[in-house]
Ligand binder design. Structure first.
Ligand code: DC
Length: 234
């Protein structure tokens, strides 16, 4: 009997959603999908095609070109998770750059972009056995997910984490810049009209400002195991 479940992990940026989602997928032998990477890849496409800049955003132009955006995930042994490919090019690293982070909320607010990506995400989760992280997974993509987690932490703590990560990668940014980007994205993600970031009614909220990554993983794994056990009984 297939007792696999669907696990939705939503929350603010840099709350460590992807870390816990990856660990969970590995432990349960589930598929892991980082939906933020998909919005970032579309943003990279928009930047490369000069559809978005500091002064303008050609929404209609992007919508018209959406059929040319082909996204895929392929497992990368070195990374230990699936990297994202934009039109057959591995863009996993490039989409994490500050430039993409600065524009991604505007791109993610376009309904046509969301429609395309949500349909692809639902297709990936058809067979269950999936851990997906994002902003609207428990509310829009998989409203029937058996387990919904909503991750939170203070903006300062999240900026500090991302700043360290970027420093390690040798990216030249200041803490203030990173904090501002986190705060701006929080604002845009929670106030956009289409699928804003909100806590699903049946989601379990975890504030990890003061949790170690090990404690956080233990809590989430226990919740997942409980849900999987419930499936077996049904
Ligand atoms: O998780 P992240 O920081 O890589 O996400 C990048 C952006 O994409 C973020 O600003 C919000 C948007 N996003 C979204 O709107 N819906 C999702 N399911 C995932 C991400």
């Amino acid at each position: 009997m297939n007792n696999k479940i669907t696990i939705a992990i939503d929350g603010f940026s840099s709350t460590g959603k992807s870390t816990v989602a990856k660990q969970l997928a590995k432990e349960l032998e589930y598929i892991y999908v980082d939906t933020g990477a998909m919005y970032r890849a579309v943003t990279l496409f928009a930047l490369r095609n000069s559809l978005i800049s500091e002064t303008s955003f050609d929404r209609e132009g992007l919508i018209a070109k959406l059929p040319e955006v082909d996204l895929n995930f392929f497992y990368d042994n070195t990374l230990g998770f699936a990297a994202i490919y934009l039109n057959e090019e591995n863009v996993e690293e490039e989409i994490r750059r500050m430039e993409v982070s600065g524009y991604v909320s505007q791109v993610a607010a376009v309904s046509e972009v969301r429609e395309k990506l949500v349909a692809e995400q639902q297709q990936m989760g058809k067979e269950k056995g999936i851990v997906m992280d994002g902003r609207d997974i428990g509310t829009v993509v998989f409203p029937d997910a058996e387990l919904k987690i909503f991750m939170n932490a203070s903006a300062e703590e999240r900026a500090e984490r991302r700043f360290k990560e970027m420093q390690q990668k040798g990216q030249a940014v200041s803490f203030e810049e990173v904090l501002k980007n986190v705060q701006d994205r929080d604002h845009q993600d929670t106030t956009r009209e289409d699928s804003p970031l909100i806590l699903a009614e049946d989601a379990i909220e975890i504030d990890n400002s003061y949790l170690t990554p090990e404690d956080q993983f233990r809590i989430v794994l226990e919740l997942a195991e409980e849900k999987i056990a419930e499936q077996k009984v049904i």
